[in-house]
Each structure stands twice: as structure tokens, then as C-alpha cells.
Design a protein around this ligand. Structure first.
Ligand code: NAD
Ligand code: UD1
Length: 348
């Protein structure tokens, strides 16, 4: 079966995507520096399959290393060739993603996210592997007044994290002009939730900044979270986002990869979101209702650099992949809470 390289595969979205690909029989090489994750996520993935009497151990191989290290990546491609099963495609998740940290340490972000991606793409070209799915973000749209964002909406990231994502998009656009590249740039909206088993989930090693892990911690520890602003021009005054279940996002990667493999070389850019706007208060209330738990919160000032509304126009996703995310906000909240309760201290 086709071998796929997953960079950043022990992380939040990467680990859930491993499940989607393993379910379809793909053979995976996973690489990760473990800077923001634990390789225990891969043990949990094996456990999930074992519950269905499936042993996928030989199809999930892990190599610890950093994309900044060119030799390390070269060796991965060599190892695959030695097995007589060269890497057919790459799903590239590896990257740093903390917006505030990117503002204080822009060079760290350029080095890790841009140089790391450059090294990977260079090795891919050298080893005749020209299929890549790249993790981009709705953050590339920046401050916007558009109700629904289309892939051709103006791009204007407002922080170095976003600039590094757009730079890699541009690099991919440039290389797509020559050769036989099959490239999917996926702009994720707000992935939340966890695998329904509760065995894997979001396990940030740094203090979380995103709303969903903060809601979970607030419900668990009964510490008040701060809702950033209640004076936005929205139905309840709080910001609107487009939340998507992480397993739907994982499925989106599988569909995109299969689409690239089955079609002519091309550059495809897709928004991956549900296309439905949810306010911060709606998210908190849904979490409380479905889990029968309170989430203490208070209103605070608007967060610097925040955007009022980010919602995907996902019509291109639907028409090209013939697929769209299906899991409800309720499922996102139930699965995320289950993960926390089964793993109060994350992977242990
Ligand atoms: P994550 O931090 O859980 O996973 C990223 C993984 O990449 C981590 O395991 C980290 O250790 C690894 N990594 C980072 N730099 C590396 C390097 N140079 N070499 C090897 N490994 C490295 O984050 P995630 O939420 O799973 O995000 C995955 C990707 O999706 C990231 O590129 C992120 O920017 C992007 N993205 C995430 C979100 C989100 O809300 N989670 C939204 C949009 C885009
Ligand atoms: C943030 C990043 C974005 C990144 C995305 C996913 C900023 C400005 N944007 O987006 O670049 O791609 O995460 O990693 O940081 N909120 C609260 N209280 C909190 C935390 C968040 O009220 O403690 C609100 C925010 O104001 C926002 C919503 O919750 O309205 C969602 O926030 P968050 O999860 O950080 O996602 P984004 O703002 O979409």
C-alpha cells in the first residue's frame, strides 16, 4: 500500500489524521521533533485499532527529528527506498502555531515553519516525491469584513505565524509551475474536539491560547475563563468562528490526498470549515449543555489582533472533493470533554 510521510504526526491534527489514513490501509512514516507533542499519541492510536482487533504496528513507524535538519529528512526518504516502498506523498503538519510567540520570536517561526518546509520540499523533489498536502490556516486572510471567506478573498496575515503560512503557500505556488507537483493547500478554520474513543486529543505542551482547550480546563478546574470582548457587532457581542471536528478535518486530509493521487498534477487551495458561524458564548453554552457541566467565565477586553468573524465559504471543498464536514458542534464538545476526563494530565 502507498506509503505516506506525515510530518508533525504526533501532534493534535496529525495524530487524528493518522487514524483516518490507517483506516484506509495506508502505510505511514511519521516524523516529529516532539517540540509540542508526545509520541504516546501513536501508542494510543495502536490501542484504538487493537480494540477492533486490528494490529497496525507495522504500518505506523515513527522517527524523531526536526525538519530543520536536512540530513534527517534525506535519511527518511532513503529508509523508505531501502524497504522498496518509497514515499508516495507527504502530509505536512509540522510547524509552530502560537500567534503571540510568533510576534515575540519571528525568526524562530521563519526558521522552523519556512526553512523547515523548504528543506522538506527540496528533499521531496530530489527523491521524486511530488505530492503534498499542506496545513495552512484561515489566519492568512487576516482582518476581514467579509461574511464568508472564499479561497480568492484577499490575503493579509496580521502576525508572523500567518506570514510564515502564507510564505509556504507562495513557495508551493511557485514550484507548482514546473514539474509534476500535486499540491493541496488546506486552510483550516477552527479545529476542536477529539477522537470519539477519548484516547487521543489536543495535548498542548505549552499553555493553551485557543478557546476550546481553555473551555475544557475551565470546566475541569472551575477557573473563570476570559471571553475577549462582548461588544463585537455580532448577535451576542462575542466573536464568531467556524469550528470543525478534528476527525472531520482528518477526513478532509484523506479526501484531499486521494484526490491528488487520482488526478493530474495541480495546485489546489481549499478552505476546510463547516461554513457555519458560532459565537464564543454559543460554544460555551453548548459545551455546558451537552456535558452537563458549568464553564465559569467573565467578559474581558477584546484581544489584540482579534478578528470579529472568520467563517469559511466551503463550496469549493464540496464541489471538488464531493465531501463536507458532518460532525456537529455537540459532538465536538462531547468528544473533547471525554478526552479530558480520560486523560486529565494529557498523555501519561
Ligand atoms: P501541534 O503543535 O499539535 O502539531 C504540530 C507538530 O509539529 C507538533 O507535534 C510539533 O512537535 C511538530 N513540529 C513543529 N516544528 C517541527 C519541526 N521543525 N520538525 C519536526 N516537527 C515539528 O499543532 P496542530 O494543531 O496539530 O497543527 C498542525 C498544523 O496545522 C500546524 O502547522 C498548524 O500551524 C496548522 N494549523 C493548526 C490550527 C489549529 O487550530 N490547531 C489551525 C490552522 C492551522
Ligand atoms: C487563533 C489565531 C489564529 C490561529 C488560530 C488557530 C489569534 C489572533 N489568532 O485564531 O492565527 O490560526 O488561533 O491556532 O490569536 N477567546 C476568548 N478567550 C480565550 C481565548 C479565545 O474569548 O481565552 C475567543 C477569541 O477572542 C476568538 C475565539 O475565542 O473570538 C476563538 O479564539 P482562538 O481559539 O484563539 O482562535 P482564533 O481567534 O480563530
Amino acid at each position: 500500500m502507498n506509503r505516506i510521510l506525515i510530518t508533525g504526526g504526533t501532534g493534535f491534527i496529525g495524530s487524528h489524521t493518522c487514524i483516518a489514513l490507517l483506516s484506509k490501509g495506508y502505510d505511514l512514516f511519521v516524523i516529529d521533533s516532539l517540540k509540542n507533542s508526545s509520541k504516546k499519541s501513536l501508542e494510543k492510536i495502536k490501542e484504538i485499532f487493537k480494540k477492533d482487533n486490528k494490529d497496525i504496528s507495522s504500518k505506523l513507524r515513527f522517527f524523531e527529528g526536526d525538519l530543520k535538519n536536512k540530513e534527517f529528512i534525506e535519511n527518511i526518504f532513503k529508509k523508505a527506498q531501502e524497504d522498496d516502498n518509497p514515499i508516495k506523498g507527504v502530509i505536512h503538519f509540522a510547524g509552530l502555531k502560537a500567534v503571540a510567540e510568533s510576534v515575540s520570536k519571528p525568526l524562530l517561526y521563519w526558521n522552523n515553519n519556512v526553512i523547515g518546509s523548504y528543506n522538506l520540499i527540496k528533499s521531496m523533489e530530489k527523491n521524486d516525491c511530488q505530492t503534498i498536502v499542506f496545513s495552512s490556516s484561515a489566519t492568512v486572510y487576516g482582518n476581514t469584513s467579509e461574511d464568508l471567506l472564499k479561497e480568492d478573498s484577499p490575503l493579509s496575515p496580521t502576525n508572523p505565524y500567518g506570514t510564515t503560512k502564507l510564505s509556504v503557500e507562495n513557495l508551493l505556488k511557485d514550484i507548482s509551475q514546473n514539474g509534476n507537483w500535486r499540491i493541496a493547500i488546506l486552510r483550516y478554520f477552527n479545529p476542536i474536539g477529539a477522537h470519539k474513543s477519548g484516547l487521543i486529543g489536543e495535548n498542548p505542551l505549552q499553555k493553551p491560547n485557543n478557546i476550546f482547550p481553555i473551555i475544557i480546563n475551565s470546566a475541569f478546574n472551575k477557573e473563570k475563563l476570559k471571553v475577549f470582548g462582548n461588544d463585537w457587532p455580532t448577535k451576542d457581542g462575542t466573536c464568531i468562528r467556524d469550528y470543525i471536528h478534528v476527525m472531520d478535518l482528518a477526513e478532509g486530509h484523506l479526501k484531499s490526498l486521494n484526490y491528488l493521487i487520482e488526478n493530474d498534477p495541480q495546485l489546489l487551495t481549499l478552505n476546510i470549515g463547516k461554513g457555519r458561524g458560532i459565537s464564543v458564548i454559543e460554544l460555551i453554552k453548548t459545551f455546558e449543555n451537552v456535558n452537563n457541566i458549568s464553564v465559569p467565565f467573565e467578559f474581558d477586553e477584546r484581544r489584540e489582533g482579534d478578528v470579529c468573524q472568520l467563517v469559511a465559504d466551503n463550496s469549493k471543498l464540496k464541489s471538488i472533493l464531493n465531501w463536507s464536514p458532518t460532525k456537529s458542534l455537540e459532538e465536538m464538545c462531547i468528544d473533547g470533554w471525554k478526552w479530558k476526563n480520560l486523560n486529565p494530565k494529557g498523555y501519561s
